[in-house]
Design a protein around this ligand. Structure first.
Ligand code: BES
Ligand code: ZN
Ligand code: ZN
Length: 502
């Protein structure tokens, strides 16, 4: 098929990670963890430095004022007889209440400082192998952009990182952490890709290729098939664009699966707002409005690579929200897949329209859980800030996912459905309306709207990731600027848990 002609115009560069008992013969640097204990700087003993080298390095670090506080990076010349040019110390902070996220962030901050080095050996994994590996890969992440060849070469990240551990017993944990981080990397690459290159047709083809390669079943509905089957929400949002919408369905169904999870993700490849046009300032960030679908696709592909014994479906509605002569209007009434009708109050509330169709479709398979994520509302940022996702849905699954998010370093918080908004959903012209024309509770209203498409009794959750999926601020820990890969690691943690359920 013509599908094969589409590829991402740029892929990120990330280091090669290996697990080994000892450092290689020659390295550019050793990366070692340090702590700020009660008596000041602490340099834990490790296989990288013998006693004499340890004392020398500690003296050097102290001499230049290292304290071991979280995220502090200090680089000193390596002592004689050590197979590295320099020693880089990364602070983990107080050893008393050290958690996985502290390790992940320190490793990430360290990785961001390793640019240009060839080979680095590190012992950060002694405080948590998986979080160290995730932090190193995600922290070293660099999106090169679509550039001329000459400029490309100038931003090389660290080449190889040798993580010290015991390959005999640590390989499974190491490999899972690499696959998990690479999934977040894939989601980041998709989100960072400009909409000139990523639009429903090309996006569907790129996902199909990646998914087939991982052994997933793939189905893509084009505009014609969407019309035939009545996907009125996806069609309405896509009708103002010259680049027609798609619905991508990916399925992972291993034989040993006991439970099934339906994942759904918003895939608006660019959101102008449509006829309810957005203001121009920062509109370029709306290339990230497909972050939910990117996270879901990356998750199901990683689940297949990990061989997780859970049945998983991914339902990804892809459309470009543009304002041309065929675009939908405020006041229009559309009929969703499954028959519910919506009055369009605001064409910029388009995510919920495509998700409504997708949720109904995903529910047809009668999954045990339905988990959906979307860059759905600006209101999410007002309610919870830029880094914390809002989680809504049925009580148990909502609370479970919010808690899981916090343990993997993707902050998330449970939010309520608001009874007073039931009234605001009512429309004079259709079953419900897509916006309530109020400045209050916009994130919760969107969730309430979506809830009308979830079958009675199905455990479901909705994650609004408008802020957390795209970092508009400066880099911190293992989170660089722009795409973050949220909530891929939360989803993989959930699927790993569900795989244990009978
Ligand atoms: N894609 C936006 C939400 C968004 C805003 C994501 C900022 C990331 C950063 C969504 O489609 C949207 O425009 N929502 C409207 C809804 C409103 C018109 C009811 C919003 O939040 O303003
Ligand atoms: Zn919008
Ligand atoms: Zn949107």
């Amino acid at each position: 098929m013509a599908d094969a002609t589409f590829a991402l115009p740029a892929r990120s560069t990330t280091p090669q990670l290996t697990l080994a008992k000892k450092a290689p013969k020659s390295t550019d640097a050793f990366l070692v963890p340090v702590l700020s204990g009660d008596d000041g700087l602490e340099l834990p003993a490790s296989t990288l430095l013998d006693d004499a080298a340890l004392r020398t390095v500690l003296r050097s670090l102290t001499a230049v004022g290292a304290t071991g506080r979280a995220g502090e990076i200090t680089r000193v010349p390596a002592p004689k007889g050590v197979s590295a040019d320099s020693v880089i110390a990364v602070g983990l902070g107080d050893p008393e209440d050290l958690n996985d996220e502290d390790v992940r962030r320190a490793a990430g901050t360290a990785a961001r400082s390793l640019k240009g080095l060839g080979t680095v050996a590190t012992t950060v994994g002694i405080f948590g192998l998986a979080p160290a590996v995730e932090g190193l890969i995600l922290g070293a992440y660099q999106y090169p952009g679509v550039r001329s060849e000459k400029e490309k070469a100038s931003s090389a990240p660290v080449g190889t990182i040798v993580v010290l551990g015991d390959p005999k017993k640590d390989t499974a944990e190491f490999d899972t952490a690499v696959t998990t981080a690479e999934a977040a990397v894939f989601a980041r690459d998709l989100v960072n890709t400009p909409s000139s290159h990523l639009y429903p047709e090309s996006y569907a083809a790129i996902l199909s290729a990646a998914a087939s390669e991982a052994g997933l079943e793939v189905e893509v509905l084009d505009e014609k098939a969407l019309k035939k089957q009545g996907f009125g929400g996806i069609l309405a949002v896509g009708q103002g664009s010259a680049r027609g919408p798609r619905l991508v369905r990916l399925t992972w169904s291993p034989k040993k699966a006991k439970k099934s999870v339906a994942l759904v993700g918003k895939g608006i490849t660019f959101d102008t707002g449509g006829i309810s046009l957005k203001p121009g300032a920062k509109m370029e960030n709306m290339i990230s409005d497909m972050g939910g679908s990117a996270a879901v696709a990356a998750t199901i592909i990683a689940a297949a690579k990990l061989g997780l014994p859970v049945k998983i479906t991914a339902t990804l509605p892809l459309a470009e929200n543009m304002p041309d002569g065929e675009a939908q209007r405020p006041g229009d009434v559309i009929t969703h897949y499954g028959g519910i009708t919506s009055e369009i109050i605001n064409t910029d509330a388009e995510g919920r329209l495509v998700l409504a169709d997708a949720i109904v479709r995903a529910s047809e398979d009668k999954p045990d859980y339905l988990v959906e994520t979307a860059t759905l509302t600006g209101a999410q940022l007002f309610a919870l800030g830029a880094r914390t996702s809002g989680v809504m849905g049925s009580d148990a699954l909502r609370d479970r996912i919010a808690a899981l998010g916090r343990t993997v370093g993707e902050p998330a918080w449970a939010m309520p459905m608001l009874e007073e908004q039931e009234e605001e959903l009512k429309s004079p012209a259709a079953d419900i309306r897509n916006s309530h024309n109020s400045t209050l509770g916009g994130m919760e209203f969107a969730a309430l709207y979506l809830s009308k498409f979830v079958p009675e009794g199905l455990e479901w959750a909705h994650l609004d990731i408008a802020g957390p999926s795209f970092n508009n601020g400066s880099a911190y820990g293992y989170t660089g600027k722009r795409a973050t890969g949220v909530p891929v690691r939360t989803f993989l943690a959930l699927l790993q848990e569900v795989a244990q359920e009978r």
